[in-house]
Design a protein around this ligand. Structure first.
Ligand code: N01
Length: 535
């Protein structure tokens, strides 16, 4: 063993979010020696970091929970249809305790590098805690929305008040009472937090670059009788979820938008509206591929939303005109639009009046207006899908850096592996449907596939598995072509890297849907891992 190496294991898992936790549980249960590292002080991943007011899941609680253990899913009682961040953290804490997952993790520790030893086909993983671990397999479960993005605004460092990023929220919470607050950004995080910040702030200014589509969450407590009934139907609920496009037990209307009468169309939109949240973008099967169909959904949305906003000029600013509905992730809100009917809340459209700079006392706009502020909240999103991997120096064959190989966009086979990086897996990331689906079921899908794959290698005496260059090229093309056949390319979304200056404009997720993707990866496994070289 290399002198520097402090430990030798079968698998290193990076990340203790929903994917990493299940990976540790599953692989350890199969007898692999597993070592986990996590940047945060505890488990939870995005839910550990995103503690901003109003943080709430946009997938129903019953679905956004592990399915791998029947006693776990029957034993945990969700209190609300859409769980808020504290309840999800309690759940993940419970999972970590129940399966004793913390004992294999080192927390407050970032993985700095992973380097392939080509002779031994092993990875050397170095951490900022000084550990050097040799592992046969390296599994990244670092999350797609874990690298907070703060835009560079001239003069931001001179601002005298406090600044926050929604994705790095103080654990003790923030009291905005008596303060003039600015929120920059109106994606999910901004739209969820703005109504609650408005309840405390004396003045709230929302700086909006792009208007977004948001739908009322329709959240409600789940009473005991309903919960019993839902749990009794869990098996069927999960079966439907696994077949679905998004990992939730909901199917689109069987017919296309314009093939039904107006009355039937409105009825279908109304039902999805009542259901609440992101599923609205999948009311009809053609909504994200046919602009005329999309326009119907958009018009219904606009009618509903304008009715919630008092001032038509404010409504004009809040209604998006730059992208079809659902081509950025639809936001799920609680009283977002009504917030702008309050006297002390003001909306600034940055397209018309951009931020020129910040100074000690606030924000200066291009038209010369100075907005005096005591605190600024950056709800400006993430360097999504690749940002967290980019922080790790991953060196494969010939010392090649993964970030160099991915300079023109992520290159994967099935989202799982990359040529030149044998035995290295990236879970629930680019090339997979995970950010477009229920990530907990996606995590289970990936980890179960991985566990079978490692079993296959051992059973047949292989040391390693590596995606072939050809399979990677084909998968990249397939992902690109599938996306090009939809309307998803027409929005400047984080799916496309469009929110990060200089990032290549490549649609990173697989748009074919969770169920279809599950069939594809199962078929690859059944074929003896076609597209991979077994070494
Ligand atoms: O980030 P975002 P998010 N100047 O990138 C604006 C998931 N999530 O944290 O649209 C001014 O969506 C930016 O403007 P524009 C969910 O998948 C889920 O809100 O780029 N503004 C945008 O308005 C979600 O999609 C939940 O023009 C700037 C905002 O900041 C994903 O996480 C809750 C700017 C960023 O929006 C990310 O959501 C929260 C600049 N220089 C998050 N740069 C739920 O489960 C950026 N912006 C419900």
């Amino acid at each position: 063993m290399n002198d520097n190496i402090t430990e030798s294991v079968d698998v290193v898992v990076v990340g203790a979010g929903v994917t990493g936790l299940y990976a540790v549980h599953k692989l350890r249960g199969l007898g692999y020696r597993v070592r986990g590292f996590e940047r945060g002080a505890d488990v939870g991943g995005v839910w550990y970091w995103n503690r901003y007011p109003g943080a709430r899941c946009d997938v129903e609680s019953l679905d956004y929970s592990y399915s791998f253990d029947e006693e776990l899913q029957q034993g945990w009682d969700w209190s609300e249809k859409y769980a808020a961040q504290p309840e999800i953290m309690r759940y993940l804490d419970h999972v970590a305790d129940r399966f004793e997952l913390r004992r294999d993790y080192t927390f407050d520790t970032s993985v700095l590098s992973a380097e392939l030893d080509e002779e031994a086909l092993r990875w050397t993983v170095r951490t900022d805690g000084g550990e050097v671990v040799s592992a046969r397999f390296c599994v990244f479960a670092v999350g797609c929305l874990s690298s907070a993005h703060r835009p560079s605004i001239p003069g931001a460092d001179t601002f005298a008040g406090d600044t926050y990023h929604t994705g790095e929220w103080p654990h003790a919470g923030v009291d905005f009472s008596g303060l003039r607050v600015g929120v920059i950004g109106t994606g999910s995080s901004g739209i969820q937090s703005i109504p609650l910040i408005a309840e405390q702030a004396t003045e709230l200014t929302v700086f909006q670059r792009s208007a977004n589509y948001s739908i009322p969450a329709g959240n409600s407590p789940i009473d005991a009788a309903t919960l019993r009934e839902l749990k009794a139907g869990y098996a069927e609920r999960r079966r439907l979820a696994r077949l679905s496009g998004g990992g939730s037990p909901f199917m689109t209307h069987p017919r296309k938008t314009l093939d039904v009468s107006e009355a039937e169309r409105r009825d279908a939109f109304e039902k999805r509206w009542e259901l609440g949240g992101v599923l609205y973008s999948k009311t009809f099967p053609d909504q994200l591929v046919d602009l005329a169909a999309n326009d119907e959904a958009r018009d219904f949305w606009e009618e509903k939303v304008r009715a919630r906003i008092g001032d038509p000029a404010v409504a004009d600013l809040l209604v998006p005109t730059d992208h079809p509905i659902g081509t950025k992730r639809i936001v799920t809100d609680s009283d977002y639009y009504e917030t702008f009917n309050q006297e002390h809340v003001r909306l600034v459209g940055l397209r018309e009046n951009p931020i020129e700079r910040m100074d000690e006392r606030g924000v200066l706009l291009a038209d010369g207006t100075h907005v005096a502020l005591d605190a600024v909240v950056f709800a400006t999103g993430f360097d999504a899908m690749t940002g967290s991997l980019d922080r790790v120096a991953i060196r494969g064959r010939g010392g090649r850096l993964l970030t160099d190989d991915w300079r023109a966009g992520p290159r994967t086979y099935l989202g799982l592996g990359t040529d030149g990086f044998p035995n290295l897996f990236n879970l629930t990331g680019p090339g997979s449907p995970c950010v477009l689906a229920n990530v907990i079921l996606c995590a289970e899908q990936h980890v179960d596939w991985l566990a079978d794959c490692l079993g296959h290698l051992d059973e047949h005496g292989y040391a390693a598995i590596e995606a072939s260059g050809r399979a990677v090229e084909d998968w990249v093309t397939e992902c690109r072509e599938r996306a090009a056949g939809t309307l998803m390319m027409s929005a400047d979304s984080w799916y496309l890297g469009a929110n990060i200056p200089g990032k290549p404009r490549v649609f990173m997720p697989f748009v074919g849907g969770f169920g279809v993707y599950g069939e594809i990866i199962a078929e690859v496994a059944a074929s003896g891992y076609k597209g991979f070289d077994l070494l």
